[in-house]
Design a protein around this ligand. Structure first.
Ligand code: HEC
Length: 253
């Protein structure tokens, strides 16, 4: 019995341990995105920003509008009215049951940006939330780049700084320490204010990151709850099994 209890405790603690994605930012320190996929208002805001600012280029090929509506606590009518801007082949606004694709041609966009905008269905898992959050914060003016901006987290990225009106524009300032092996220390400084304060902007990109984290694994919203019930059931079942075993073996000993 003692061994069994230890086993159950071990399974419980293992299930409670969360895995954090290890994303490399080419030596750049990533900021903690502090996302919470159970924060529905944040997911709703994130979805709104995503369809307005990102979906022109990026699709979510594995998500459907109506599934998103259900998970985000919205009705299909609300989603159809406020969050669907994509159109089908006949030019009609998409229905809530379709996948969140867009009409962007991969070939053409590769010519425009040097790289096609990838589908972002799984970016929350491949890059991790801290990477996305830090990336959206790390655009800076760089006249040597075709679009005039560069990114410290994703150097030479082909993506324009689509949120510049909200964040404003940053410049990179580097200072080098004294001595032969001194390392360079760089900082991004806001040189042109946007329509949002830095605090508001951070919240906005946290909401977008939260939304992309949810999109990467929608089942997670419910999976963790099922897990807790399963473990509770196993604990209760273990007690029943123990007493049953005692009852059966009573006459043998
Ligand atoms: C004008 C088109 C365009 C818009 C709008 C746009 N992006 Fe991008 N994005 C790109 C392109 C192009 C790339 C590929 C960059 C590369 O590989 O050099 C990219 C890459 C990315 C990546 C990196 C993906 C990876 O794993 O390499 C993320 C994350 C991303 N975009 C998020 C966003 C978010 C969030 C928004 C909305 C706020 C957005 N993008 C809006 C064009 C766009």
């Amino acid at each position: 019995m003692k061994k069994f209890i230890i086993g159950v405790m071990f399974a419980l603690s293992a299930s409670l341990m969360t895995t954090t994605a290890l994303a490399s930012g080419d030596g750049v320190e990533l900021e903690d995105a502090k996302v919470d996929i159970h924060n529905q208002p944040s997911l709703q805001r994130g979805a709104k920003y995503f369809v307005n600012y990102c979906m022109g280029c990026h699709s979510l090929n594995f998500s459907r509008y109506n599934r998103m509506a259900a998970d985000l606590g919205l009705t299909e009518e609300q989603v159809a009215k406020n969050l669907i801007f994509t159109r089908d082949a006949d030019g009609e606004i998409d229905k809530p049951g379709v996948l969140m694709k867009n009409g962007m041609s991969q070939k053409q966009s590769a010519e425009w940006f040097g790289a096609p905008p990838p589908d972002l269905s799984l970016v929350g898992r491949s890059r991790g939330s801290d990477w996305i959050y830090s990336y959206l914060k790390a655009f800076y003016l760089d006249p040597t780049r075709p679009l005039g901006v560069n990114n410290t987290v994703f150097p030479n990225a082909g993506m324009p700084h689509v949120l510049w009106e909200l964040q404003g524009m940053q410049e990179k300032h580097c200072t080098k320490g004294e001595g032969e092996h001194a390392t360079e220390h760089c900082e991004l400084k806001l040189v042109k204010a946007g329509s949002m304060t830095p605090v508001e902007y951070d919240q906005t990109i946290r909401d977008i990151t939260n939304f992309l984290t949810y999109v990467g694994e929608p089942a997670k919203l419910h999976r963790t709850t099922y897990g807790i019930f399963t473990l509770l059931f196993l604990v209760l079942f273990a007690v029943v099994a123990y007493f049953l075993k005692k009852e059966y073996w009573k006459d043998v000993h």
